[in-house]
Each structure stands twice: as structure tokens, then as C-alpha cells.
Write a protein that binds this ligand. Structure first.
Ligand code: PGA
Length: 254
């Protein structure tokens, strides 16, 4: 079963508009040339419109980092799926930083995923365990619960991507080992298979995230279950991000 690998750069709350323009311009032509891998940049909301103008006509796609679940109305400061549908293809939902700092629950995340899919956005739905949960051997239980909330059959058919991001590996420089990531992603695939059957499980793309760099991406991409990466810090450095995408293409590009 061949799945198109996907590398997404999550810029988080970094770059002013002008800096985002410079960063995208510095990598977009190199990224455009790399084939067989889907390339997604997720700049802050305020830079999405200008980013869209820059990547138009190239193979580089865009994603947002968050979304609200209502279409419109009196929700000061929120961004609706409809607003994003014109600007990007993907949207990160349920990132651990949203769960941790903004109180997003499985229930909220479920609504967001549903609302995003309804307007044709593809969620990059994040799951992952804390260090304490990992040490208490609760990884599978936690991820199972998170998956139950939002891995509907319809969402997966619509192209939802899942990102396994162990929280202790995010922004710490201490990634999971490729073997451990492969094992947990294999568990996620089995879980989806039990819920929705083999066909859907085998086509679902599941990424690893957490301190991915140009130095370790090859180890992850060589693993059979891992379909790509959600990259934080290293996606802010043009050369490094291009190198990550290039290596992913060399190893698994279709
Ligand atoms: P990191 O972030 O690559 O900086 O660890 C990954 C993420 O949070 O998506």
C-alpha cells in the first residue's frame, strides 16, 4: 500500500508577516522541485493570505495552525473553517500546545475536526502522550482515547492526516526513537483498522512529530508505518526544512 508522504512545517507563533514572506520565498522554489512528497507550510493566520499568493501555482500547500468550529457569528477573535477554506488545504487540530495552554478537550477537538472536514479542509489531527503517561505505560490508552474522539470514518476518507506527537519530544531536542515512533504509529493504524477496517487504515497517513530535524528524518522515514513528519523548530530554517523534505522524497517519495 503506497501512501504519499507528507512533511508539514508548523511555524507556531513565529514570524511577522514580512518575515514569513522572506521565509517562504527562500524555500518555495526548492520545495516545489521535490517530487513525490506533499509539502505543507503552516504559518500564522495573519500570513496565510500573503503566503497563498506566493505559493500559487506551485506544489507547495498551506495549512492553518488552528480553527474554531462555528461558521460565523459573535465569537470575537476566532477564525472559522469557512474563512480558512479559501486560503489553505490543511489545518492542524488538537496540537498538544492547544490542549495544554488553551484548555482544548477531546470534545472541542472533535467539533473542530468535524467543522473543518465539512468545508473541505483536511485536518492534521494531533495525538500524543505526556512524559508521565509514557513512563506509566499509558501511551496506548491515552492515544486510543484521543483517537476515539475524532477519527471518524468519514474524516479519514476525506483525507484527514494523523500526527503522533509525544509531548515530551516537542521542542525539547529529544525525539522519540524511530523504533518507538514506528511501534506507536503501528498501534494507531491497528486501532483505526479495528474501528473502520483495513482499507481505511492502510490509506490513512500517519506522521511523527517531536524534534524532527535534518539529522534524524531519515531514520523516521525508513520505518514502514511512518508516512512523514510534522516539523516545528526545524521548519523555521529554510535550508533544514528543504533538506528534511528532500530526504523524505529520496527514501519514500512516490
Ligand atoms: P518541534 O515541534 O519539531 O519543534 O519539536 C513539533 C510540533 O510541535 O509540531
Amino acid at each position: 500500500m503506497s501512501r504519499t508522504p507528507l512533511i508539514a512545517g508548523n511555524w507556531k507563533m513565529n514570524t511577522k508577516v514580512e518575515e514569513a514572506v522572506t521565509l517562504i520565498k527562500s524555500m518555495q522554489s526548492s520545495l516545489h522541485k521535490i517530487q513525490g512528497v506533499e509539502k505543507v507550510l503552516c504559518p500564522p493566520f495573519v500570513s496565510l493570505a500573503v503566503a497563498r499568493a506566493i505559493v500559487k501555482g506551485s506544489s507547495v500547500k498551506l495549512g492553518a495552525q488552528n480553527v474554531f468550529y462555528e461558521e460565523k457569528g459573535a465569537y470575537t477573535g476566532e477564525i472559522s473553517p469557512l474563512m480558512l477554506a479559501d486560503l489553505c488545504d490543511y489545518v492542524i487540530i488538537g496540537h498538544s500546545e492547544r490542549r495544554q495552554y488553551f484548555g482544548e478537550t477531546d470534545e472541542i477537538i472533535k467539533k473542530k475536526v468535524k467543522a473543518a472536514v465539512a468545508v473541505g479542509l483536511k485536518p492534521i489531527f494531533c495525538v500524543g502522550e505526556t512524559l508521565e503517561e509514557n513512563e506509566a505505560d499509558q501511551t496506548r490508552e491515552v492515544i486510543g482515547r484521543q483517537l476515539m474522539a475524532a477519527s471518524d470514518r468519514l474524516y479519514l476518507i476525506s483525507g484527514m492526516v494523523i500526527a503522533y506527537e509525544p509531548i515530551w519530544a516537542i521542542g525539547t531536542g529529544k525525539s522519540a526513537t524511530a523504533d518507538d515512533a514506528n511501534r506507536t504509529i503501528g498501534f494507531i493504524r491497528q486501532f483505526i483498522s479495528r474501528l473502520h477496517g483495513n482499507g481505511i487504515a492502510n490509506t490513512a497517513r500517519i506522521l511523527y512529530g517531536g524534534s524532527v530535524s535534518a539529522t534524524n528524518i531519515a531514520d523516521f522515514m525508513r520505518k514502514p508505518e511512518i508516512d512523514g513528519a510534522l516539523v516545528g523548530g526545524a521548519s523555521l530554517r529554510a535550508d533544514e526544512f528543504v533538506s528534511i523534505v528532500k530526504q523524505a522524497s529520496e527514501i519514500k517519495g512516490l
